[in-house]
Design a protein around this ligand. Sequence first.
Ligand SMILES: Cc1ncc(COP(=O)(O)O)c(C=O)c1O
Length: 507
Amino acid sequence: MNPLQVAPHTLARSLGDWQGDGPLHRALASGLRVLILDGRVPLAARLPSERALAQALGLSRTTVAGAYDTLRADGYAVSRRGSGTVAALPGPSLSLPSVPGTEGLIDLSRASPPAASAVPEAVRGAAEDLPRFLRDSGYDGTGLPHLRAVIAAHYTDRGLPTAPAEVLVTLGAQHAIHLLTHVQLNPGDRALIESPTYPHALDALRSARARVVPVPVSAEDGWDTDVALEALRRSRAALAYLMPDFHNPTGASMPADARERLIAAAEQSGTVLLADETTALLDLGTAPEQNPTVPEAAGPQSAQAPASSPTGVLPPPLGAGVRGGARTVVHIGSAGKLFWGGLRVGWIRAERGLIDRLVSARSAFDLGTPVVEQLATARLLEALAQVRAERGELLRAGEQTLRRLAAVHLPDWELPPVAGGISVWARLPQPGSSALALAAHARGLLVPAGPRFGPDGSAFERKIRLPFTSSPKELEAAVPLLAEAWGQARGGGRPPRNPRRIPDTVV
Ligand SMILES: Cc1ncc(COP(=O)(O)O)c(C=O)c1O
């Protein structure tokens, strides 16, 4: 990810009255150190060049260079090739490593917001809870009873009565998908998947050697229910992987009648529906409140309508209140987008028999979920309403910025409306998504091409996923680069001779 750039005049304003006794460069270093310690200059943000800051402050460049030297010597700044001087804190390097090949790039391949503000406090609370667990081995292949109870209560509150024994805590939703596909599928089994879909679910199905049956979902019209039911009937798929609320990448949500028909059809064909809710609770809070499956609360339905406002009632999970729902649907949840990807906690809600089989199978893959992260996740789930309200604000700001910038720089791209989720599935005026991703990469911007989201690699050349989980500042840097890249890609410009391999993790 590209470092944030601190503007020289902003920094000069933040410094205020910084001069004191003693040499100027020391006083300046001391003022800058206070801003870094206060968080007013974010860690890893790029400081202005010596010349630019000297100009903004009316100083000589030597004074600024001396101040930067002092900051570096004290550990409050580091110099990075290609990034200039960036703010730091003394001590061992505490940053996340970059994925190889992404160093210095603006990264739109990870549609995942930074940690919710409640995370540090939840982790501190978890550390206080920890002594009660230290006499045990710490290997936990099912999930702490407390967290399983909190997750069970979460589903019960949303209209799907659940016991703690019907919950398995995992290492994130991807781990849950991997476990479920390997336990539920035999090589050669058919598996229904939405097209487009979340790419690593497709990877998991392929690694379980399933035969994939795609069913279309569009950002504009959602699911074609008749086509999906027909595909179920004909394929008698063993499993269907779905994102019924704020589908990644389109943002679409499945209307109530489609849910009911799908569950009835799945019961008939003996198909287990995996409902991935990783993005389900991330609504923007910009559409009228509604509830897609609980009849008393039914409101207007549309493919994009959100299930609730971020501060309001939680949306019912797929199958809640529907006959056979609890049996036919297995739910996957995650702390990843809701709280923070760095927690690496997810879960599966399923009938007890399946949970037991998953627990038995799990030890071939991993030996359990870390205790501290589970304790923190339990605390965060208990503060869900507050976290969702904050998430709604962040996502709204990102979405509005994205639309504003696209209208200026990419006026002929169509960005369908979304009511929640993490991204807009944009429509290009002509095919060229793969060429666009290559041209963007050559300009320092990582964005996965549309075909990465399709079960059939050749589709979606007219689509590109634009995440609104990035900060407005990052989007302001990214969208003009995207427009430049599109200028080259649409003109059929020659792709770079030796393109670097584009990293392939898409979240
Ligand atoms: C729909 C969907 N499912 C699962 C995952 C993986 O989530 P986790 O980080 O919990 O493994 C993601 C992450 O991007 C996702 O978008």
